[in-house]
Design a protein around this ligand. Structure first.
Ligand SMILES: NC(=O)C1=CN([C@@H]2O[C@H](COP(=O)(O)OP(=O)(O)OC[C@H]3O[C@@H](n4cnc5c(N)ncnc54)[C@H](OP(=O)(O)O)[C@@H]3O)[C@@H](O)[C@H]2O)C=CC1
Ligand SMILES: N[C@@H](CC=O)C(=O)O
Length: 408
């Protein structure tokens, strides 16, 4: 259905919701206006007339004059209730809630098909970068080999501030929160879970693979040790939180993970600073392409919501083309390997037998210990030592690649 006039029921009036209000006011060309706003906290002062606000989701969902629901709240469970009810009522939905999407993607895809009602979520992956619609549409006939990049703005902001401004982790996180980049629960950012949720969305639109977030090995920046930071500095590498999904040659296996990574200075991702995101696509015919832009914050995120609203005016919806064209792809961590640096203390050490090859070993009574080596992705994910206190795992430069046994 083509919606020429959009009457929005907006849930959430925080960083992104207020950003959207401003962005809409400055975009007169789009015939969209906010009819009602659903929020939670009755005591909070609001910068708009009180009559616009309500504390009951039913006031928006049961209002037939509102034809689009924009869901911008920070509660994934309530967001799920709002989004599913809106779709069932035939209201198109735009959301930025990657946690809710990643946790319910199969059901949400199904619900769109059953109801014939669109659910768009460009803002949920990389905020202002137009990645979802590009993966869905532009690469439709191309053979996409990989998507990799920095897809969480807060952690990139923190790593940049620690490196360039010598801030502590806590100081840098506070700044990311104050600037509206971090999730309400910042553990989602620093533990890599937000990047993992976004990677779930990228996998669906890049490769037609719908996976549960828990299937993806995820390590955040909260466990980076001073020795790993010093190693990066001494080798001249940048330290970034990188999400990667890659088709392995040959057998239709796809490997995907989120880990802190050492990046060579000449690599595109090394120059992604502050809250910016950077995503590299590699495809057989188009070759390598790099998207760079703001990955968090009020206006960048609102601009992606605006773009989805505009897309609704011409009847756009995701077709999940790759899902239907799926060329027998499967998530196969057992088929992949990677190069890692592990720093550790006397209290806990990695099991050397888990590695296919060890490259370097270093022990110091004052600085701690490290080793570098090649390890299977699945072996790493299952290693008992991975989450032990005092252990820090960081990827060395280089892509996820086929493990030799799988490559044969
Ligand atoms: N900030 C960013 O840069 C980005 C955020 N996102 C996503 O956008 C969403 C919103 O983020 P952000 O604006 O930063 O969050 P904020 O914390 O700034 O705002 C959250 C809003 O949600 C409202 N809210 C919370 N629970 C409920 C509820 N049960 N019913 C109704 N309203 C509720 C709050 O109401 P009240 O005002 O009453 O407290 C508040 O207005 C999240 O899903 C986030 O992951 C996506 C991309 C970037
Ligand atoms: N907390 C998120 C917000 C945008 O998605 C981030 O920092 O990337």
């Amino acid at each position: 259905m083509i919606r020429k006039d959009i009457r929005i029921g907006l849930f959430g009036f925080g960083v992104v919701g207020q950003g959207l209000h401003t962005v809409l006011a400055r975009t007169p060309g789009l015939r969209a206006r906010i009819g009602r706003i659903g929020v939670k906290d009755r005591a909070k002062p609001r910068p708009l007339p009180a009559g616009l606000f309500t504390y009951s989701r039913h006031d928006l969902l049961q209002d037939d004059s509102l034809n689009v629901i924009v869901e911008l709240i920070d509660d994934a469970d309530e967001a799920y209730r709002i989004v599913t009810e809106a779709l069932r009522r035939g209201k198109a939905v735009v959301t930025a809630n990657k946690k809710m999407l990643a946790e319910h993607l199969p059901e949400l895809i199904d619900l769109q098909r059953q109801t014939g009602t669109p659910l768009l979520y460009e803002a949920a992956a990389c905020a202002s970068l137009p990645v979802i619609r590009n993966l869905e549409e532009y690469y439709d006939n191309d053979l996409l080999e990989s998507v990799e990049g920095i897809i969480n703005g807060s952690t990139n902001y923190i790593l940049t501030a620690m490196h360039h401004d010598a801030l502590s982790f806590e100081q840098a996180l506070s700044q990311a929160q104050a600037l509206g980049f971090a999730e309400s629960n910042p553990a989602l950012d620093v533990e890599g879970l937000d990047a993992r949720n976004k990677l779930v969305l990228l996998l669906a639109h890049a490769f037609g693979l719908v996976v549960a977030p828990t299937q993806l090995l995820t390590i955040g920046i909260d466990r980076i040790s001073p020795l790993a930071t010093a190693y990066a500095k001494e080798q001249g590498y940048a330290l970034k939180l990188v999400a990667e999904a890659r088709r392995l040659p040959g057998n239709g296996s796809v490997a995907a993970a989120v880990l802190p990574m050492l990046v060579k200075p000449e690599h595109e991702l090394a120059r992604v600073q502050d809250e910016y995101n950077g995503l590299i696509t590699q495809s057989s015919f188009a070759d390598r392409q790099f998207f760079l832009g703001r990955g968090a914050g009020a206006f960048p995120t609102a601009s992606a919501v605006l773009s989805d609203l505009s897309a609704l005016t011409y009847g756009y919806r995701y077709e999940y083309k790759k899902l239907h064209q799926q060329a027998h792809l499967a998530l196969a961590p057992s088929a992949a390997e990677l190069e890692i640096l592990v720093t550790f203390t006397d209290a806990a050490a990695p099991n050397e037998a888990d590695f296919r090859q060890l490259h370097e070993q270093f022990r110091s009574g004052t600085r701690g210990h490290y080793l570098t080596g090649t390890i299977g992705l699945e072996r790493l994910a299952q290693a008992a030592w991975l989450r032990a206190p005092g252990i820090c795992v960081v990827r060395l430069p280089g892509p996820l690649r086929a493990a030799p046994a799988a490559a044969e």
